[in-house]
Design a protein around this ligand. Structure first.
Ligand code: GLU
Length: 502
């Protein structure tokens, strides 16, 4: 282990410690963000440690997803793998738990040598039997303490039997107290830990509670900022830090993220992978702004914050204790704000992967003013601009005669109105074929016929775009050009003719 003594002894050090058992989760992203904001706010060091000891297959893929999506959010760190599959950077590496086994083994030996841990020879069957008896007596599960004080002879006997020992930490019977930066003073009786706890399984693999403490100590972590779901683990961690002779870091447990009905956010009920939000076209700026407010607020009415400003303003003491409700409408709102804050050119770059390739960069830039106000997510653009690249026949195949009709008009009346619209379009020269001119003409025609503008425009919109919801009609017609508009109206009239004739 290449720990250079002295490095990082001073100064604040925080870490995020994701387990690569799935793609980057919204809760992990928020925890990572809070650690980032805290570290940047105080000028400390930020460490990424990959907790891959228990990771099942596919962990490389999840690690990649986690790192890529943290980068996408704009979160950076100073130590640990900087890119997925890349080298671990920093003086306290390796930063993958799967590569730190020798340290864990040595630290467990140290606890055994000081009698703060002991070898436990109980088999899973024996432990199960005890648990069942406890259940019958309606007692909480608790290690019986059978191997706590084995004599050498008893130990030898188990060894001779071929039993392989787990290592248990001797949990002292005390009330563990710590000052949480968010929750204030926390007191939890060690009694609640269920007796002496296994820190290394009989197959030699160490458990999370042990390795997290060994690593936080080895990496000189001064502040542990993590989800409140870990609060009940903290007393055990505090006891382990002490037993290993290390300073106990400062803890800050951040509130859970809740569904709108205040149940705990779960994969089943909500979309939890950051990747999914990214794929739908949420902007990282909006996502970060949204995540920051899941449990924190600046104490003012301000709501739009860039990552840099968040880092300036973020005070960990202002994180709330109460659960943070995940409000998707708020995310949508923020996304719209950020989309509209981009220039058309910037938005074009962001939209490129969300719109059909057939729409060239010029076409994309031209349509942006029409769709910018209408987009909640970048992916919405795909549907909004599709009419520009779809063939006329494809557009026509999207609707039937009924789809063209205005609410109060039948096929014959709709055909009459659409014919009138066609006349206006045909009378407009290609060089005058612009939104303002077209709108003035069509409004005039609607008025002359005694039609409400909206009713008159509906069949036009469906004919031109194949959809009842589209970017502004006349701007869309301008982009499409005179000939294609006429062809699309002709196709619509042909459809109407089939029902008028019948
Ligand atoms: N690997 C743990 C998790 O993903 C880290 C918990 C901690 O921050 O201590 O929940």
């Amino acid at each position: 282990m290449a720990n250079s003594p002295g490095v990082g002894d001073r100064g604040i050090r925080v870490r995020m410690a994701p387990s690569p058992t799935g793609p980057l989760h919204i809760g992990t992203a928020r925890t990572s963000l809070y650690n980032y904001l805290f570290a940047r706010h105080v000028g400390g060091t930020y460490v990424l440690r990959i907790e891959d000891t228990d990771a099942a297959r596919g962990s490389d893929e999840h690690e990649r997803d986690i790192i890529d999506n943290l980068h996408w959010l704009g979160i950076t760190w100073d130590e640990g793998p900087q890119v997925a599959g890349g080298e671990d950077i920093g003086p306290f590496g390796p930063y993958h738990q799967s590569q730190r086994s020798s340290l864990y083994a040595a630290e467990a030996e140290r606890l055994l040598a000081s009698a703060q841990a002991f070898r436990c020879y109980c088999t899973p069957e024996e432990l199960d039997a005890v648990r069942r008896e406890q259940e019958e007596r309606k007692e909480p599960p608790r290690y019986s303490g059978r191997c706590r004080n084995l004599t050498d002879a008893e130990r030898d006997a188990f060894e001779t039997e071929g039993r392989r020992a787990a290592i248990r930490f001797r949990v002292p019977g005390e009330v563990v107290t710590f000052d949480d930066l968010i929750r204030g003073r926390v007191e939890i009786a060690a009694e609640a830990l269920g007796g002496d706890r296994v820190i290394v399984r009989s197959d030699g693999s160490p458990l999370y509670h042990f390795v997290v403490v060994v690593d936080d100590a080895a990496m000189r972590i001064t502040h542990v900022i993590r989800g409140e779901d870990h609060l009940s683990n903290t007393p055990l961690h505090v006891l382990l830090f002490r037993a290993l002779g290390h300073d106990v870091p400062v803890f800050a447990h951040i509130p859970l993220i809740l569904n709108p009905d205040r149940t705990k956010m779960s994969k089943r009920r909500s979309q939890t992978a950051i990747r999914a939000y990214r794929e739908q076209g949420y902007l990282p700026e909006a996502m970060v702004n949204f995540l920051a407010f899941l449990g924190w607020s600046p104490g003012t009415e301000e709501e739009i914050f860039a990552l840099k400003t968040l880092a300036e303003r973020f005070e960990i003491e202002h994180v709330h204790k109460a659960g943070a409700v995940f409000d998707k409408d708020r995310l949508d709102y923020l996304n719209g704000v950020y989309i509209r804050s981009l220039t058309d050119e910037q938005l074009a770059v962001r939209l490129r992967s969300f719109v059909p390739e057939a729409l060239d960069d010029r076409g994309l830039l031209a349509v942006i003013p029409l769709i910018k106000e209408r987009m909640v997510r970048l992916a919405d653009a795909g549907e909004l601009v599709a009419f520009l690249v779809e063939a006329d026949g494809e557009v026509a195949s999207r609707y039937g005669p009924d789809g063209l009709m205005s609410p109060k008009a039948d096929a014959a009346a709709t055909a009459m109105a659409l014919t009138r619209a066609r006349t206006e379009l045909e009378a407009t020269a290609a060089e005058d074929f612009a939104a303002g001119e077209l709108e003035a003409r069509c409004r005039g025609a609607a008025e002359a016929l005694g039609w409400k503008a909206g009713d008159f425009f509906k069949p036009m919109r469906v004919a031109i775009t194949g959809r009842t919801v589209s970017p502004p009609l006349f701007g869309s017609m301008e982009l499409l050009g005179r000939e294609r508009c006429l062809a699309r109206i002709d196709a619509a009239l042909a459809k109407l003719a089939t029902v008028v004739a019948a």
